[in-house]
Design a protein around this ligand. Structure first.
Ligand code: GAL
Length: 468
């Protein structure tokens, strides 16, 4: 297993990529590193199952808690009875792996991946020790006591009311296959919206963009596909703009839709769909940069590459600028974030509802070039890390007041019953040196390592503004 030592981020030495640092700078960096190594040996931290000493970006005890590497040791039970067809189709002659168990609706381990209602995260019962804990994979109830329906979603922070809005696919309908070989689906119901002050207690704000029941030619007709809605606020127009993946049941339309609202809790007016820049667009996201420019990122060319391009000033359209990135890498489910001027993006592989390995990519300019840094997942066990903790990325939310700290937001899809898909929220920390050289130049990058830490349960740092 590769050692992943973590050091406190040294004062950044900014040499432009490709340029040579002078001899004295190199010597002083070495001296600095030695000093840091010496310092690090004075800290007594959990070594995360043989991963070496970890120095935290902050000494706040709750941050230490977040960065602890928590191992999982799940025993795979001996085969019993018949496998469900979904599990049987995969690797029929190999020994059973945890992912086979995950995909098997009849697995004895089902309750580990999809715990029942009794273990739901219930904001109405938040007294005592369980207050404000996130339990990845558990059913998460809104303040009415109903499971939150915001899959493939994203979160918008409305700074005037200090309120978070969580938008996502409202999938509370029966799962079926439109075609024998097609993926499992739920008819479009619409985009669900939930609001919260603390990122833990969520009030249902209703369906802010609803399906069309009868108009079969409409993009939002229930027989189509509406996925991965994301909302950004346009400071110039004062409008809330929603972008989403629009498709037909066979995923051949491959388009993006746009909707707009005067208020974050809708209703949103649907403006129509297009193939951005004339290309196929499936999994997608929107990213609003510090300078007010917003970008669309989408999987294209049969999901073999991603395209990134700025939106128009009003965020209602794409411009003519577009760059192809991660060409030939077959990535989807993009989730972008920025830290200290560097852009980061988490993506998944393309395996439908089945989980796969996440990768993190980084770039100095959002239009690229983008470098792949490796798998950000820490802890759990190998299978947890190779399946992104049995989930797929959808969004990364900065934690205000704690630079370098984010919440990684992912979906644990349940293809047998999509409405029962779960949310995996975990701490994502940008700190310490990247552990892989750049792909093309073999130099070490300037950017930091991105780590997503597995926890069975965890909570936001106490000093966090939302809990004041
Ligand atoms: C995944 C994608 C999901 C959904 C699913 C359908 O690859 O990330 O958003 O489209 O396929 O099978």
């Amino acid at each position: 297993m590769r050692m992943r030592n973590k050091y406190r981020k040294p004062t950044t030495l900014r040499c432009n990529a490709g340029s040579r640092c002078s001899f004295s700078v190199v010597v002083w960096s070495l001296v600095g590193c030695l000093l840091l190594l010496h310092l690090s040996s004075n800290f007594n931290h959990k070594d995360g199952g043989g991963r070496g000493v970890q120095l935290r970006i902050t000494h706040h005890p709750q941050f230490r808690e977040l960065q602890e590497v928590e191992e999982e040791n799940i025993q795979i039970p001996p085969p019993r009875g018949k496998r469900s067809p979904r599990a049987a189709k995969r690797r029929p002659k190999r020994t059973t792996t945890l992912i086979d168990e995950f995909l098997d609706e009849n697995s004895q381990l089902r309750h580990i991946f999809f715990p029942g209602r009794k273990r739901a995260i219930d904001p109405l019962k938040n007294a005592g020790n369980d207050s404000y804990y996130y339990y990845p994979g558990r059913i998460w109830l809104d303040t009415d006591g109903n499971p939150i329906q915001a899959h493939g979603g994203g979160i918008l922070y409305e700074k005037y009311s200090k309120t978070y809005y969580w938008y996502g696919e409202y999938k509370d309908g029966p799962t079926y296959h439109a075609h024998k070989k097609g993926p499992a689906r739920v008819d479009i119901i619409g985009v669900g919206c939930y609001s919260s002050k603390d990122l833990w207690t969520w009030k249902n704000e209703g369906i802010v963009l609803a399906a069309k029941e009868t108009n079969e030619t409409h993009d939002l007709h229930k027989s189509n596909v509406l996925e991965r809605p994301k909302v950004v606020y346009n400071d110039k127009t004062g409008k809330y703009v929603m972008w989403m993946h629009i498709d037909d049941a066979n995923y051949t339309k491959a388009a993006v839709g746009v909707a707009v609202s005067d208020t974050p809790d809708g209703p949103f007016d649907y403006l129509g769909s297009q193939r951005p820049h004339g290309y196929e667009s499936r999994d997608m996201t929107i990213f609003k940069d510090d300078d007010g420019l917003a970008y669309i990122v989408y999987s294209s060319e049969d999901n073999s590459e991603l395209h990134i391009g700025p939106l128009t000033e009003d965020y209602l359209n794409v411009t003519s600028v577009m760059r192809r990135v991660l060409v030939g890498q077959h990535r989807e489910a993009p989730a972008l974030f920025k830290h200290q001027g560097t852009y980061y993006m988490i993506t998944s592989g393309c395996t439908g509802w089945a989980p796969n390995e996440a990768l993190v990519h980084a770039a100095e300019s959002i239009l690229g070039p983008w470098e792949t840094m490796g798998n950000p997942c820490m802890g759990g066990n190998k299978m947890f890390r190779l399946t992104t903790f049995f989930s797929q990325s959808t969004f990364v939310l900065p934690l205000p007041g704690f630079p370098g700290s984010f919440i990684f937001i992912a979906d644990r899809w349940n293809p047998a019953d999509l409405r029962d898909s779960r949310y995996v929220w975990l701490p994502l920390i940008v700190a310490g040196p990247a552990d892989q050289p750049l792909e093309y130049t073999f130099e070490f990058p300037l950017w930091s390592r991105v780590s997503i830490y597995w926890h069975r349960k965890w909570r936001l740092p106490q000093g966090w503004a939302g809990f004041k």
